[in-house]
Design a protein around this ligand. Structure first.
Ligand code: SAH
Length: 242
């Protein structure tokens, strides 16, 4: 079973997502255990301060290094004792861009610890000394690391075997095995507002249906993501050479 811990100033925000749908089911089926901690637990002083003004001035607050480092040290030590190999992830807009490929790699680990930044971010020394990997979920800035951490957790947990009712359905998603986007999907009713799916989907001919789906994936990728299309062509060429 995988253990995923999250340190945040807003545990209730993280809990509500982890207690919903597939993420909750994964815990119920003992595929994963979540532990969500309030960063304030490691704050000191009467006011349990976790942030302070930036050296050099400027607007906004910075998360202090001590509570963050103490949290990581304590949780890592516990993890070690339980036989885990701890791995600390800090979501940050200047991290390496997240991808399905990275999700597949991280899904193989047994223990992940996510530290959620807030405000202007965290003291650089925490990043230097305690973080194994910094991940960005895209070129935009959110108010905190909670949604990025949950995004990464969702992508990882749904890859654990036995989490999705039909594991197949993950393996045909966009990006799973190929750089192609997913095909178009239809369900009942057959006719909706005058629109109908391609006839082939009614044919029962699975070879033809697979061919149509592949074509749909290729056309969509070519039209929407020329970068992925190039990658796909390169892969095809390489396969031919092999
Ligand atoms: N000043 C920082 C942004 C701070 S946003 C900068 O410009 O890079 C506050 C926190 O939200 C960050 O520390 C990080 O944990 C999280 N965050 C915001 N946007 C993110 C993104 N695109 N990917 C990952 N984490 C993000």
């Amino acid at each position: 079973m995988m253990l995923i811990e999250v340190v945040t100033l807003f545990p209730e925000m993280v809990d509500v997502v982890l207690k919903t749908s597939i993420l909750e089911r994964a815990e119920k089926f003992s595929k994963v255990e979540y532990r969500v901690h309030n960063l304030r637990k490691w704050a000191k002083g009467k006011h349990l301060t976790v942030d302070d003004v930036p050296f050099g001035g400027g607007a906004g607050m910075v998360l202090k290094p001590e509570p963050l480092c103490n949290a990581v040290d304590e949780l890592k030590q516990q993890a070690f004792k339980s036989g885990y190999e701890p791995y600390v992830i800090f979501p940050s807009p200047d991290g390496v861009l997240f991808s399905q490929e990275r999700a597949i790699q991280l899904a193989k680990r047994k223990y992940l610890l996510f530290i959620c930044g807030r405000y202007k971010g965290v003291d650089e020394r925490f990043r230097q000394t305690r973080v194994d990997e910094e991940i960005s979920i895209g070129d935009y800035v959110l108010s905190g690391g909670e949604l990025p951490a949950l995004t990464i957790i969702d992508a990882i947990v749904r890859l654990q075997e036995g989490v999705l009712t039909d594991f197949e359905s993950a393996t045909v998603d966009s990006f799973y095995q190929t750089p192609l986007l997913d095909c178009a999907w239809y369900t009942r009713p057959w006719e909706f507002e005058g629109l109908t799916p391609p006839e082939v989907l009614k044919s029962g001919n699975h070879k033809q249906i697979d061919e149509w789906r592949q074509k749909s994936r290729e056309e969509k990728t070519k039209a929407r993501r020329p970068d992925l299309w190039e990658k796909w062509l390169e892969l095809q060429n390489k396969k031919e050479e092999d």
